[in-house]
Design a protein around this ligand. Structure first.
Ligand SMILES: [Cu+2]
Length: 311
């Protein structure tokens, strides 16, 4: 999706299309009413101005015809909008009738993404197959967050201790921007994510890749990196499948090199940026829960070569 699109006018799923249609219709109805009101005021101002020597006009009391029109008219408009709103709500939120295809858990300030059918866990980048309606469960690990992919689905809060759901679907392949839409602390503005919709075949291939455990590094520098990863505190927070199983305190790194963003969108995932992030995450995302571990350039370099092998 390109940055200039306003998602409400350019929906990419049946769910957002229904929201978009309702919005445009309400906009037109309100626009017509505004034009009538402004038009009548303008007409009155121009044609019924007070002239210096004219007498005050005779007052009118009661006008049954007009009163019926301005009572029945708005009632009809409201009934129509109400009916269309209920229809829009149904279309944008069909009943959740099965196990979730995806579980997304909001953390300060990143997104944990779980595929319950396979056990794959990743972060900040959500892959989905195009044209499939996916039921997503939304949870929170700490405070209230809000999951919002403007072009694909309505907004939904993630509330600690409660599971909400949303339907996620994309009509066309592409990368769709998502963001946290509920202020959740210092790192909120960098709590972004992407939804990558791809053909079902490409999606299946991606998911199979993700199921693999991390490959053992081949080069010296990457092997040193792995040792540092295991001996420094990294493994207390981060999991790498086959290497360390930590609590979900931090993004899974099993296939971190496969992702395009770091720190929930604060940096693009290049080798240089990864190195800079490891040297001091606080430079990029002040307040985030990865501390500055005061790594030397050599340590950060070795860790970078190791993490780059995690495709
Ligand atoms: Cu937030």
């Amino acid at each position: 999706m390109n940055g200039g699109d306003i998602p409400v006018f350019h929906p990419f799923s049946p769910e957002t299309a229904s929201i978009s249609h309702l919005f445009i219709l309400v906009l037109i109805v309100c626009g017509v009413i505004l034009a009538i009101v402004v038009g009548m005021i303008g007409y009155g101002l121009i044609f019924f101005r007070h002239k210096p020597d004219s007498a005050d006009p005779a007052p009118h009391f009661g006008n049954r015809k007009l009163e019926i029109i301005w009572t029945v008219g708005p009632i009809l408009i409201i009934v129509c909008l109400f009916t269309l709103t209920v229809r829009g709500m149904r279309e944008s939120d069909p009943a959740a009738n099965r196990q979730p295809d995806l579980i997304v858990i909001g953390h300060q300030w990143w997104w944990e993404v779980r595929y319950p059918q396979t056990g794959v866990v990743t972060a900040n980048e959500i892959h989905i197959p195009v044209g499939r309606k996916w039921l997503v469960h939304l949870e929170s690990a700490d405070v209230i967050h809000d999951f919002w992919v403007q072009a694909l689905a309505r907004k939904m809060q993630m509330i600690p201790g409660q599971t909400n759901h949303i339907w996620l679907e994309a009509d066309a392949p592409g990368t769709y921007d998502g963001t946290c839409a509920e202020y959740c602390g210092a790192g909120h503005s960098w709590m972004r994510f992407s939804v990558i919709a791809e053909s079902p075949a490409a999606f299946d291939a991606w998911l199979r890749e993700q199921e693999n455990t991390a490959a053992m590094p081949a080069t010296d520098s990457a092997q040193t990196g792995l040792k540092i990863f295991q001996t420094m505190t990294c493994i207390n927070c981060h999991s790498i499948r086959g290497i360390s199983v930590a609590a979900s305190a931090a993004p899974y790194l099993t296939h971190v090199a496969d992702r395009t963003i770091l720190g929930a969108g604060v940096l693009s995932n290049t080798e240089t940026n990864l190195f800079r992030w490891l040297k001091n995450p606080q430079d990029f995302k002040p307040g985030c829960f990865m501390p500055n571990l005061k790594l030397t350039d050599a340590q950060a370099g070795a860790l970078t070569s190791y993490l780059e092998t995690l495709k």
